[in-house]
Design a protein around this ligand. Structure first.
Ligand code: COA
Length: 342
């Protein structure tokens, strides 16, 4: 398959998964650890969110997002049996980039030795992996790029206020990275069957990370906020998520003309167990068809969907030929889906 063979590199081809990888830090932050830091308890956290523990990068780790992304990418390259120089493009969905410039993707590309592959970060909060996957798949399908590494990585633990002030938010989040490498296939049935991406910036203040006091919404008092830490209006986010998750699953299935019973696995952003359960029940899906790992990894924003996909892929819960539905929502507000024939 030579998708670049026509003038201008325009052609159409199938898109296949070449390799998958992920990485999580060894450190574990349990609900009982949080009890030592703030007024909370394991029972409350498990009941409201499903989270029992989450992974945490060592405090003071140099360039944590780059470090975890490099590990996930190396694992995916091993799985694909590819060299870093085989990549044309590295895209990382993240809200925890080390710096505004350069992108974390540039640092990762340099560290693994993928230069001069193009490299960029995508800021779409918890939708970062699904947004990046959709764009990358389209670039491969139209023949302009051959091998793209798509990552989602967030070090959410450096963006939390671990005091009573931040207790309704910090309990959810952890650190993780997921990676998938995609490339062209002669089989036109492989790849993305339908994708949807949406945003509504008018609700930005439901979930945001303020850098300075002037970033705060008018009704938020400076003393209620720690700058640089994630702020969340939990109840409003919950309502938003429950409705958008179900709506976007229905719309994606309709667009692809696929029934829910044909889906081998829903790989969803791990926002909160109650949100996932509510979407699954609305479609009458059995528990084993919506992968959940939030109990032991928490919500790792852009990292979570890619981490889940690596786990379902490696454990054989999905196989080539299966239909898999990726779905996410997050700050922005953003929501997105990607239905694949693997
Ligand atoms: N431990 C114990 N009590 C807590 C607490 C904690 N960590 N955080 C808040 N509380 C208390 C509140 O102070 C409040 O007490 P009060 O009734 O005496 O005032 C009570 O619990 C209820 O607070 P509230 O914030 O209304 O809780 P909730 O039922 O909405 O649950 C969330 C909070 C965050 C778990 C829930 O809103 C949620 O899951 N939202 C969605 C978040 C999400 O998915 N974000 C990811 C986006 S990608």
């Amino acid at each position: 398959m030579q998708p670049d063979s026509r003038p201008g590199g325009r052609t159409t081809c199938g898109v296949k998964i070449l390799g998958v990888g992920s990485a999580v830090p060894e450190g574990i932050l349990t609900n009982h650890d949080l009890e030592q830091l703030m007024d909370t308890n394991d029972e409350w956290i498990v009941q409201r969110t499903g989270v029992r523990e989450r992974r945490i990068m060592p405090p003071g780790q140099l360039r944590p997002t780059t470090t975890l992304s490099v590990e996930a990418l190396r694992n995916a390259l091993d799985d694909a049996q590819l060299k870093p120089t085989d990549l044309d493009l590295i895209v990382i969905g993240t809200v925890s980039s080390e710096m505004a410039c350069p992108s974390t993707a540039c640092l990762v590309a340099a560290e693994v030795g993928a230069t001069p592959a193009a490299a960029m970060d995508v800021s779409a909060a918890c939708c970062g992996y699904v947004y990046s996957l959709n764009m990358a798949e389209s670039l491969v399908a139209c023949g302009r790029y051959r091998r793209i590494a798509v990552l989602g990585c967030d070090i959410m633990t450096i963006l939390q206020d671990y005091t009573d002030r931040g207790r309704n938010t910090c309990i959810l989040f952890g650190d993780a990275a997921g990676c998938v490498i995609i490339g062209p296939s002669d089989d036109l049935s492989l790849g993305c069957m339908a994708q949807l991406m949406y945003a509504d910036g008018s609700d930005w203040d439901l979930l945001y990370i303020p850098r300075k006091l002037t970033d705060l919404p008018d009704d938020v008092k400076p003393e209620d906020v720690k700058l640089g830490c994630l702020q969340m209006r939990g109840r409003e986010v919950f309502k938003f998520a429950v409705s958008k998750f179900a709506d976007i699953i229905a719309a994606t299935l309709e667009k692809a003309d696929v029934g829910i019973e044909e889906i081998a696995m829903v790989v969803a952003h791990q926002s909160n167990r109650r949100i996932l359960d509510s979407a699954r029940k609305r479609f009458g899906m059995p528990e084993e068809k919506m992968y959940v790992n939030i109990d032991y990894y928490g919500n790792s924003s852009s990292g979570s969907t890619g981490l889940c996909f690596d786990q379902v892929w490696r454990s054989g819960k999905v196989k080539r030929g299966d239909k898999v539905l990726f779905v996410a929502f997050g700050g922005g507000m953003t929501w997105a889906s990607s239905l694949w024939q693997l």
